[in-house]
Design a protein. Structure first.
Length: 313
C-alpha cells in the first residue's frame, strides 16, 4: 500500500496521495501526484485545497521522485513521507511554506479494497494509508498561518488510469470521540457491459472497527449527490450532506489531468450509524470532507443541492 505503482508505467497512468490536515478552525489538504498521458508524456502536480480556495501547481516529471517500496514523495523542494511534510511552493498566485511532523499512523486492519485489489482491469484503485494520526507544526499559505498542535491528519491514495465516471466520497475525523474516523466511497465500477456501483467504507468508533463494502455484502439502499443509506447485516449507515463548500480540483482521465471535479474540504455533514436498533452515533460534523461527481456534472461545477432527510430513520 505504501509503495509507488508508477515506476514502469509508460502511458495512461496516474497516482496521487491525499494528505488532509485539520485543526479546530482550519483545513488544508495536499495532493502530490504523478501522471502519464495517452501520448506517454509524464508530468507531476501538487494540488492545495483550503477551506475557501484551491491551487494547482504543475511540475515536470524530472521534479518528481517516489520511493518504489515505501511512502516517500518529492516534488521539487517539497517532501512527503511517513514522518511528515516539508513545503516550499512559490508561484505568482500561491506561496506555501512550512513543515509538519506526524505521529504514528493508524492503518486499517485490512486493505480497504478487499479482494477487489487483485482485479487487474480496475480504472481506479483506492488505498488508506492512515485513518488518523497527529500533525504538529505550522504551514503558511499566502500569508495565512495554519498552526497544528497535535491536531488531526488523514492520508489516502488513488492510482490507475482514470477516476470513476461517477462517484461519491466523504471522510471525517470530526466525531464526538477521539481516535475516530469515517471514510465512505461509492463509485461506478465498469466491468464489461455490466457496470455496477461499488462501495467501500471504514469506520473506527470507540475503539471498534467496522467495514461496510461490496465484498462484505453491503446493500446500497439509497444514494444521491447529497446522501447515502447503507445496510450490511445488523448495521446501517446514513450520511447526509447539509451544507457544501466546494473548491475545484483537477482529476485524471486516462492519465490526463483534464477533468474538473469539486470537493468540499470542510463542510457540514450528518453521520448516523446503527447496530440493530441501537443508534451508535448521530453526529453532525462541521469539518467533514465531501465530494460528488457524475458524467453529466463533472465539468460544469454546478453546486449540489441538499437532499431532504430520509423519513423514518
Amino acid at each position: 500500500m505504501l509503495q509507488f505503482h508508477g515506476e514502469k508505467k509508460r502511458r495512461r497512468f496516474f497516482e496521487g496521495w491525499y494528505l488532509k490536515h485539520q485543526n479546530a478552525a482550519q483545513t488544508l489538504a495536499l495532493i502530490p501526484a504523478y501522471h502519464v498521458d495517452t501520448a506517454g508524456q509524464a508530468s507531476a502536480s501538487l494540488q492545495i485545497i483550503a477551506d475557501r480556495q484551491s491551487f494547482h501547481i504543475p511540475f515536470s516529471a524530472a521534479d518528481f521522485y517516489a520511493n518504489p517500496r515505501q511512502f516517500h514523495v518529492q516534488l521539487g523542494r517539497n517532501h512527503f513521507d511517513t514522518d511528515g511534510i516539508l513545503l516550499d511552493v512559490h508561484t505568482p498566485s500561491c506561496h506555501l511554506t512550512g513543515a509538519l511532523s506526524y505521529g504514528p499512523w493508524h492503518l486499517p486492519e485490512t486493505d480497504i479494497m478487499g479482494p477487489f485489489r487483485f482485479l487487474p482491469f480496475l480504472q481506479c484503485n483506492h488505498g488508506i494509508l492512515s485513518l488518523f494520526h497527529s500533525a504538529a507544526g505550522t504551514l503558511t499559505l499566502n500569508g495565512t498561518p495554519y498552526c497544528f498542535d497535535a491536531d488531526t491528519g488523514y492520508i489516502e491514495k488513488d492510482w490507475g488510469t482514470s477516476f470513476p465516471s461517477a462517484y461519491l466520497w466523504t471522510q471525517t475525523n470530526d466525531l464526538d470521540t477521539d481516535s475516530a474516523c469515517i471514510m465512505l466511497a461509492l463509485a461506478t465500477v465498469p466491468i464489461g457491459t455490466f457496470p455496477f456501483t461499488g462501495c467501500i467504507c471504514a469506520i473506527v468508533y470507540q475503539g471498534k472497527s467496522y467495514r461496510l463494502a461490496t465484498y462484505c455484502g453491503v446493500r446500497i439502499l439509497a444514494h444521491s449527490p447529497t446522501h447515502v443509506l447503507l445496510e450490511q447485516g445488523s448495521h446501517r449507515l446514513h450520511v447526509q450532506l447539509l451544507h457544501p463548500s466546494a473548491q475545484p480540483l483537477q482529476a485524471p482521465v486516462r492519465g490526463n489531468m483534464s477533468r474538473v471535479i469539486h470537493e468540499s474540504p470542510s463542510c457540514r455533514v450528518r453521520y448516523r450509524f446503527w447496530e440493530g436498533s441501537q443508534l451508535l452515533f448521530d453526529h453532525i460534523s462541521e469539518r467533514a470532507s465531501f465530494e460528488y461527481s457524475a458524467p453529466e456534472s463533472a465539468d460544469t461545477g454546478h453546486p449540489v443541492q441538499t437532499a431532504p432527510d430520509i423519513q423514518g430513520l
